[in-house]
Design a protein around this ligand. Structure first.
Ligand code: IVH
Length: 715
């Protein structure tokens, strides 16, 4: 089973060779994308904010040292993940970006220093609006002629989900803006949140109804908003704090603090703790004060936000990649508590991977009762991290130990330490199972990562023969983002599986044909109507989009984003399937073709080859494709003249602000970059353009005046 534990510490980024950096960059981008998907789309993050931040910081350091690794697909160029596809998509007229993080006082001083230098100020007299950082979901509310017309989630920053009907049920959101003379177009942005009290009450109800409880108030707010039925949202107490704006046909105020008061006059609620600060010292004192008050607040916050108050200065400062120069989030350290680890259980996932789960003496951390904690893998329990680094100074975790639990805002809790002084004599080292708990008792193995290192995760080798894996596959198959079959939730599926009615995906589509024998309507809890509804729901899913189908197959490393990239790359099931079979046969051309697709690399290709290399899987796919009709994928939108092009704006622009120019270009599918290289397609040069214009001429890049650019984009 397990090989000797790794103890390699992480190599400093400055010591990485280019090939090493390339491999790590690829691995980190997959990992970050995966976490983004889990956080933004599934509302089910699996790492703490601190761990996520550490991944991103290392990733950014690698890109800084090897800028040639940056591509349009790099997570550094995106915010969050693409929307889930359940609601109509809304393209944000001004992208919804995010804030950079500060953790230490020093980071805040650096932030202010950068601003003073950038604005070339003689002194450091910059006013800041200091606001609690609400741990909810950001929302963009569009008002036209004073009426609420659209409410959209952030999504990937460029496109979000239309949740207007649900948002209309929130008391804090005016359907009509108060006051006369409001600008024709106003996009008010802010945070939707659920109070801690409402969250605890909702979870109690969820558990009573046999439903899974939400991990934290942020997830329950997200879950409550993503309801097809707005009356469910209405029954969930959600609040909204306004703190920012998107497109505005006219600006009613000149400062951030002025805008906050204007939001109040329009009928919005703003956060009462917001304060105008005049120095770094005041910012830091504000952070301290809010941190002290944090536990008493009835909503979760995970830091404070500082924003340059003058909007003209905000505009001058602009953005660096995905974050503004004019604002920063000063995070709080995560919340901690101590409790006893009662037991460790092993969960077998869809791909057979084993996750040890710690069963805790229930404990409240930051208003949430924590009973389970992920222990990730065997190495983690021993005190060894994913990359071989030493965790908890090498202290292992044993049943009976007193452990320190950390809950960092919005993610599932983690054990951050073990209190050795409190270790009882009876505590034994955990012996990780060598056989799968499934009836097959197959051997447990640890495979290799794409980089050739031993994987931390152990898995059962039983694949589809392992009932745990089979049922997990089936659960993914019917899930919301795959076949989304109403009335066939996890409970029903487990029942059908245990009874032998559904053993593999194709069986779902033959249920109705087989019902003369199965007689589902005679089963307790079912009736003719529910059975008819179930068959109707199954029937309506016989036609399925290619990307959903590919995702539903549940191949390792093929999440929603990857499935979409594959679907768009091949267009049709036949083309994709052909390619997969060729990849299995190690056809170099087919491998190169797949490798050339956006977001697809060695790990995914290897996983596809493993999947289709298995005759059992090919049989499952073949039987399934006989039952369903797979709709070809939509080609990406490319009807604008600048879609897919990399554009740089330089010099002063006269007909639009830099921000507007950037937003318009991005809306039309272009990528806006801050520097000129061989890869730049267009440089828009206004008066005063200097080195970037020279660089464009050097590389033979097309240079346009502002007017020529406007003509090209048809504005
Ligand atoms: S201003 C350019 N103000 O934090 C981004 N954001 O990482 C401007 N948030 O996505 C955002 N409280 O969801 C801003 N008072 C506040 C906030 C706040 C919470 C969230 C928001 C945003 C994320 C930034």
């Amino acid at each position: 089973m397990a090989r000797a534990a790794k103890s390699k510490p992480l190599r400093d980024v400055t010591e990485l060779t280019k090939p090493q950096a390339k491999i790590e960059h690829m691995r980190l981008s997959l990992e970050i994308e995966g976490h983004n998907e889990r956080y933004y789309q599934d509302d089910a993050p699996v790492v703490t904010d601190a761990e996520y931040d550490a991944l991103r910081q290392r990733f950014n350091a690698i890109e800084k040292r090897f800028p040639e690794l940056v591509s349009a697909e790099s997570p550094s160029q995106k915010v969050g993940a693409a929307p889930s596809g359940r609601f109509r998509k809304v393209r944000h007229s001004v992208p919804m970006l995010s804030l950079d993080n500060a953790f230490a006082e020093e980071d805040v001083r650096d932030f202010v220093g950068r601003i003073v230098r950038f604005l070339k100020l003689d002194d450091d007299k910059v006013d800041f609006s200091a606001e609690p950082k609400i741990d909810g979901l950001s929302m963009s509310l569009r008002y036209e002629g004073g009426e609420l017309v659209t409410a959209a989630t952030r999504g990937d920053g460029a496109e979000g989900e239309d949740v207007t009907a649900n948002i209309r049920t929130l008391e804090d959101v005016p359907k009509k803006l108060k006051g006369r003379n409001v600008p024709e177009i106003c996009e008010v942005r802010g945070e939707v949140y659920m109070t801690k009290k409402a969250f605890l009450a909702l979870n109690k109800k969820q558990v009573e109804a046999g439903e899974a409880p939400f991990a934290n108030p942020r997830n329950s707010a997200a879950g409550s908003l993503r309801q097809k039925d707005p009356t469910i949202t209405a029954s969930r107490p959600l609040g909204f704090f306004a703190y920012a704006w998107g497109e505005m046909s006219a600006m009613p105020e000149e400062t951030q603090s002025g805008m906050i008061h204007w939001f109040e006059r329009c009928g919005f609620t703003t956060n009462p703790l917001t304060k105008l600060c005049h120095s770094v010292e005041e910012l830091i004192a504000f952070h301290q004060k809010i941190e002290e008050e944090r536990a008493k607040l009835d909503y979760d916050i995970d830091g404070v936000v500082y924003k340059v108050d003058r909007i003209d200065w905000q505009e001058r400062l602009g953005f660096v990649s995905r974050t503004p120069r004019w604002g920063i989030a000063h995070k709080f350290p995560a919340e901690r508590a101590m409790t006893v680890l009662r037991d460790i259980e092993i969960q077998v996932g869809r791909t057979g991977s084993f996750t040890p789960v710690g069963k805790l003496e229930p404990i409240g951390v930051g208003g949430v009762i924590v009973q389970n904690v992920t222990l990730h893998n065997e190495d983690y329990i021993k005190g060894i991290g994913n990359k071989g680094e030493v965790l908890r100074e090498g202290r292992d975790i044993r049943i009976g130990d007193t452990v320190v639990i950390q809950r960092a805002g919005d993610v599932i809790p983690q054990i951050v330490d073990v209190v050795l002084d409190k270790r009882p004599k009876s505590a034994e080292e955990f012996s990780f199972p060598k056989k799968c708990p499934c009836p097959l008792h197959t051997d447990v193995v640890r495979g290799e990562t794409a980089a050739g290192e031993e994987e931390s995760r152990a898995r059962c080798t039983g694949e589809f023969a392992c009932p745990y894996q089979k049922i997990e596959h089936l659960k993914l198959f019917v899930s919301r983002r795959a076949f989304d079959i109403d009335g066939l939730g996890e409970k029903q599926l487990q029942f059908f599986f245990d009874e032998g009615f559904v053993k593999e995906p194709a069986d779902i589509f033959t249920l109705e044909k087989r019902n003369s024998k199965l007689k589902l309507e005679e089963i307790e809890g079912y009736g003719e109507t529910s059975v008819r509804n179930l068959f109707g729901a199954i029937e309506s899913r016989r036609r399925i989009a290619l990307e959903r189908f590919v995702y539903a197959l549940g191949m390792r490393h093929v999440g929603e984003t990857t499935a979409l990239a594959l679907a768009r790359g091949y267009g049709s099931w036949d083309a994709f399937h052909d390619a997969c079979l060729k990849v299995v046969k190690e056809d170099e051309e087919a491998i190169a073709e797949m490798d050339a697709l956006d977001q697809i690399g060695e790990t995914v290709i290897r996983s596809i080859a493993d999947y289709f290399g298995e005759s059992h899987n090919r049989g499952i796919v073949e039987r399934l494709t006989r039952e369903v009709e797979i709709i070809d994928a939509e080609k990406p939108k490319s009807n604008s003249a600048v879609a897919g092009k990399t554009v740089v704006f330089t010099g002063s622009l006269e007909k639009m602000t830099r921000d507007e120019a950037k937003a318009t270009a991005e809306r039309l599918g272009a990528k806006v970059s801050g520097s000129v290289s061989k890869k730049t397609d267009i440089v828009v040069a206004g008066p005063g353009a200097g080195s970037k214009l020279a660089e464009a001429n050097k590389h033979g890049v097309t240079v346009l005046t502002e007017d020529e650019w406007l003509k090209l984009i048809g504005e």
